[in-house]
Design a protein around this ligand. Structure first.
Ligand code: GUN
Ligand code: ZN
Length: 447
């Protein structure tokens, strides 16, 4: 067991209503192994209350620092690290001119391995301890990312990108040399083999990953849905309703479905643990479908602002009630930093005039990138409690140590904070990777 004495931020268990942050100015976080050998939170609270009970446990004192849950990135593309900052008039030209050419390079094992190492370093430098990530349509890229995450004990979920049409030929899923099945069937067999190899190994998880409906045939989406039915605890990830041209294209290709989103439901791809990126241009029937199926949205505000895609409708989502959390969507997104993403979400929230025109509260923004995003991933203990993105007893001990004096302006501004909201807002507006002094990953896994 080990204890950390510092200021501590975490979140009350959440069901309905606004998320509630908890803050202990002089706190104690006690971590130790659970029955499976994973480091989990044993206790959290005020130092003066907890220290007698844990008098035998070594304590690391971190004066002036804030411990907070590690951030959860609900949607990020590891092969798009080099694509950040590529300007385009909109999503589809951006994919064609920058993203697809870069993703082709991930057929190479060496290229994939180097990029995976850099990507995970970048997540950790920015305080991200859990990610639901896209790889490419090459199994090499999936294996490289899983291997790198396993080496660092990172909680990471990814999968083979399914695309069997409407992309450059060498980016489509491939037939195996001398194989007897077509490329579509091969992509499903490869996905299943990857599930067997990686899903549930340590903290790794598999996500069935149709890129988006326009780049899959009916047969591939049907096969993906059948795979999802056979493996009920794997994740599903895709994109939906991001851009007007994309939506028109999807409607043309799948005219029988009620809407673009409904296409996924028609193929059995909506349920708990299904995470759809963007979800911008929805009507209330789409929102109701999200709610009824238990699927969730990965809101990617820096990407949506950069590509001119639109604004996620927070008021609409809350009115109908479906799950969501924040995501960087690198490389459509412009930053790995959760602080940049939370600030962009604040700007987006202004559009809907929620919360009496004040946009989202700092506690809500922070929750969307930690406990709220963790809840979307639905990694649960035997009592049904979410184990990711929070520091309640039993949660996996992934956390960041923040230095609120990391820059002269941060030091000046955070010192003026007279309440928790002001402190959190200072960090959301002024923070970046410099604020993250340390990222601690729950170790000790029997992988
Ligand atoms: N839709 C399909 N593929 C992508 C992608 O790589 N990024 C974004 N932002 N949207 C997509
Ligand atoms: Zn994306």
């Amino acid at each position: 067991m080990k204890a950390y004495r510092a200021s501590i931020l975490w979140f009350a268990p959440h069901s309905e209503g606004p998320p509630q942050a908890l803050f202990e100015e002089d706190g104690l976080l006690v971590v130790g192994p659970n029955a499976a050998g994973l480091q989990v939170v044993q206790a959290i609270g005020a130092w003066r209350d907890l220290s007698p009970r844990f008098a035998q446990v070594p304590v690391e004192h971190l004066p002036g620092r804030i411990i907070a849950p590690g951030f959860v990135d609900l949607h990020v593309h590891f092969p798009q690290t080099n694509v950040i900052g590529s300007p385009a008039s909109g999503l589809l030209p951006w994919l064609e001119n920058y993203t697809f050419p870069e993703e082709k390079r991930f057929a190479s094992i060496d290229y994939s391995a180097e990029a995976a190492g850099f990507f995970i370093d970048e997540l950790l430098r920015n305080g991200v301890t859990t990610a639901l990530a896209f790889a490419t349509s090459h199994t090499t890229s999936v294996n490289a990312l899983f291997a790198e995450a396993q080496a660092r004990s990172l909680r990471l979920i990814t999968g083979l990108c399914l695309m069997d049409r409407h992309a450059p030929p060498d980016l489509l899923n491939q037939q195996s040399p001398g194989g007897h099945v077509d490329a579509t069937m091969q992509s499903l067999l490869d996905s299943e083999a990857l599930i067997h190899h990686w899903h549930g190994k340590g903290r790794l998880g598999y996500a069935i990953t149709p890129r988006f409906a326009p780049t899959s045939t009916d047969a591939q989406l049907r096969g993906a849905g059948e795979l999802a039915a056979r493996y009920s605890d794997v994740w599903i990830q895709s994109h939906v309703a991001e851009n007007k041209d994309e939506i028109a294209w999807a409607r043309e290709l799948f005219p029988k479905s009620r809407s673009y989103l409904a296409t996924y439901d028609d193929f059995g791809l909506m349920r708990e643990r299904a995470v759809y990126a963007h979800c911008i241009h929805f009507d209330d029937d789409d929102r109701a479908l999200m709610r009824a199926t238990g699927a969730s949205a990965a809101i990617s505000p820096t990407s949506n602002l950069f590509l001119g895609s639109g604004f996620f409708d927070y008021a609409g989502a809350d009115r109908i009630g479906f799950g969501y959390g924040l995501a960087s969507d690198v490389g459509g997104g412009t930053s790995f930093s959760p602080f940049h993403t939370m600030l962009a979400a604040y700007y987006v929230g202004r559009e809907g005039q929620i919360n009496h025109g004040l946009s989202l509260s700092p506690q809500n923004l922070w929750w969307q990138h930690t406990a709220g995003a963790g809840r979307v991933l639905a990694v649960k203990g035997s009592d049904g409690q979410s184990l990711v993105g929070n520091l309640l007893p039993g949660c996996e001990a992934d956390f960041v140590v923040l230095n609120p004096k990391a820059t002269p302006l941060l030091a000046r501004k955070t010192a003026l904070a007279s309440n928790l909201d002001e402190l959190l807002f200072s960090m959301i507006v002024l923070g970046d990777d410099r604020l993250i002094e340390r990222t601690v990953i729950s170790q000790g896994l029997a992988v």
